[in-house]
Design a binder for this molecule. Structure first.
Ligand SMILES: *[C@@H]1O[C@H](CO)[C@@H](O)[C@H](O)[C@H]1NC(C)=O
Length: 148
């Protein structure tokens, strides 16, 4: 009998790394194509983000262009209104991406999403963009989260 699946479940229950693939909507990735979005930890969806905790985000995408730079822009959409959301590092080239980005390169964008204690406990749609040299989106993804 193969006991590996049971071991994985056990490790997850113990709080070990088990990133969840997040269901997202593509909001116009014009110069790239998104493969997967992981948020860790995220046991169920929408991801529950606890105030005061930090989460790791890992977006895997394929670039359709060459670009020297990559810059993240994050918004939280509350009641239809996009509100700028501060992340510690906006430079994608300092977030796991090897720059300059080559055409057809598979990139792993990895960064931290700190959830401040003063945020309201609401459901919010996160809109995360990564812009290339020409301010085109290497990716634009949207996913709901629940702040608790
Ligand atoms: C990010 O996701 C990709 C694709 O699932 C994976 O290959 C890579 O190891 C992940 N990186 C981290 C730090 O989890």
């Amino acid at each position: 009998m193969d006991s590996r699946p049971a071991v994985v479940v056990l490790l997850c229950l113990m709080g070990f790394t088990c990133a969840e693939l997040v269901k997202f909507i593509d909001c116009g990735s014009t110069s790239g194509k998104v493969a997967t979005v992981d948020i860790n930890p995220c046991a169920s969806q929408p991801c529950q983000l606890h105030r005061g905790d930090s989460y790791s985000v890992n977006v895997t995408f394929n670039s359709g262009v060459e670009s020297q730079t990559s810059t993240a822009v994050v918004h939280g959409i509350v009641a239809g209104v996009p509100i700028p959301f501060a992340i510690p590092i906006v430079d994608g080239c300092k977030s796991g991406i090897q720059c300059p980005i080559q055409k057809q390169q598979t990139c792993h964008y990895q960064t931290a999403l700190p959830v401040k204690a003063e945020y309201p406990a609401i459901k919010v749609v996160v809109e995360w963009e990564l812009r290339d040299d020409n301010k085109q989106d290497l990716f634009c993804i949207k996913f709901p989260v629940q702040i608790v």
